[in-house]
Design a protein around this ligand. Structure first.
Ligand SMILES: Cc1cc2nc3c(=O)[nH]c(=O)nc-3n(C[C@H](O)[C@H](O)[C@H](O)COP(=O)(O)OP(=O)(O)OC[C@H]3O[C@@H](n4cnc5c(N)ncnc54)[C@H](O)[C@@H]3O)c2cc1C
Length: 333
């Protein structure tokens, strides 16, 4: 039996100090970490409970008109917060698409950013090969069952995907992750927070040793009127995304002034479809140019044996999500 020590941090500095001891991990809602510990995937020797640290569970407006969401805000509270619902409906929708009400009541914003992949070979320690779990052991998903895996940015070491819905919306909104650690505070743009697997797939993010996420900052709201989060999954609820799309538009009549499109379920990190965004920006939104942009978004997809369907699915999902964001219902897929 492994012995684990548990410590409840009273403040930020105390948490960061404790976390510098080898084998330490922070615990928020515990909805991911405790599962991983029970399965023998994560083996911390010291758990630092951060949920009692004051000041990290609030949502506050920023002087520039943006919003700061504390790392300890529960997913349910964030989804239903009046300012998030009104100004960042994309984010509220993404929260509500994730997990179940009970899980969202426990899960924190910081923990959601850090949740680990749902690759079955990572979760099941009966498989000897998983570079993410056991660096250097190989990847059982390559050549294995890889229907749910990456079509973008994978490496010969790992084809796992980031499972979060929230992260996809944050990527589309250009959020900034605020962290505090032994060397002070820093702000990390969301696009630089999660990493591609490369030859170090065991490392999911650019967070440094003992750094604690304190908040997520959202820029002033540009997309409160035209935003849609579309999640395509095997079951209607309580399932991770096969493909998801966070679409946000600023419209001037029928012309797209600004477009943001991020994809989930397709890569080791939320995947911005920048080329598609550029192709839409400055042009009238038509079905034809939207389909062209969606096609460009998947031009560098590299599917595995079982997941070529995601290439077509991603295109259709982009078309549908952008139309929905623009306020056009109907069957566009
Ligand atoms: C059955 C099930 C279904 C789910 N379905 C979905 C889904 O459809 N979509 C989806 O997006 N998610 C889904 N989830 C995942 C869920 O969203 C995450 O488990 C949750 O967001 C993690 O938050 P937490 O606070 O519980 O994290 P914890 O489990 O406490 O921690 C997770 C990780 O984050 C680290 N951590 C926590 N807080 C901080 C911090 N402030 N700074 C630095 N590190 C920190 C921990 O050390 C740990 O490594 C599902 C989970 C389950 C169990």
């Amino acid at each position: 039996m492994d012995s684990i020590s548990y410590e409840r941090a009273a403040d930020l500095n105390g948490a960061v100090r404790s976390a510098q001891q080898p084998g330490s991990m922070y615990i928020g809602g515990g909805t991911n970490l405790l599962d991983l510990m029970k399965g023998g995937v994560s083996r911390p020797v010291r758990l630092i409970d951060i949920t009692r640290i004051g000041g990290l569970d609030t949502v506050a407006t920023l002087p520039d008109g943006g919003l700061r969401i504390g790392a300890l805000v529960r997913n349910s509270d964030a989804a239903n917060h009046a300012l998030i619902r009104e100004r960042y409906p994309l984010l509220s929708q993404a929260f509500l698409a994730g997990a179940s009400p009970q899980l969202r009541n426990m899960a924190t914003v910081g923990g959601n950013l850090m949740q680990r992949t749902r690759c079955p070979y990572f979760y099941d320690t009966a498989f000897a090969q998983c570079n993410k779990r056991l660096p250097g052991s190989g990847c059982a998903a390559i050549g294995g069952l890889n229907r749910t895996h990456a079509i973008f940015g994978a490496s010969p070491q790992c084809i796992a995907v980031n499972p979060s819905d929230m992260n996809v919306a944050l990527a589309a909104l250009d959020a900034v992750v605020r962290v505090s650690g032994p060397n002070g505070e820093r702000a990390v743009p969301i696009g630089e927070f999660h990493r591609l697997p490369g030859d170090r797939p065991e490392i999911d993010t650019t967070l440094q040793m003992a750094e604690l996420i304190t908040a997520v900052d959202l820029p002033p709201p540009l997309f409160s009127e035209h935003a849609h989060y579309l999640k395509v999954r095997d079951r209607a609820s309580y399932a991770f995304a096969l493909v998801s799309v966070a679409a946000a538009l600023q419209m001037d009549g029928n012309t797209v002034k600004h477009a943001r499109i991020a994809l989930g379920g397709v890569a080791h990190k939320p995947w911005r479809a920048s080329t598609a965004e550029q192709m839409l920006t400055g042009h009238p939104l038509s079905d034809a140019n939207l389909r062209e942009a969606a096609s460009a978004a998947v031009s560098d997809a590299r599917p595995q044996r079982d997941n070529a369907f995601k290439v077509e699915l991603a295109q259709r999902a982009i078309v549908r999500a952008v139309h929905q964001a623009a306020g056009r219902g109907g069957d566009f897929a």
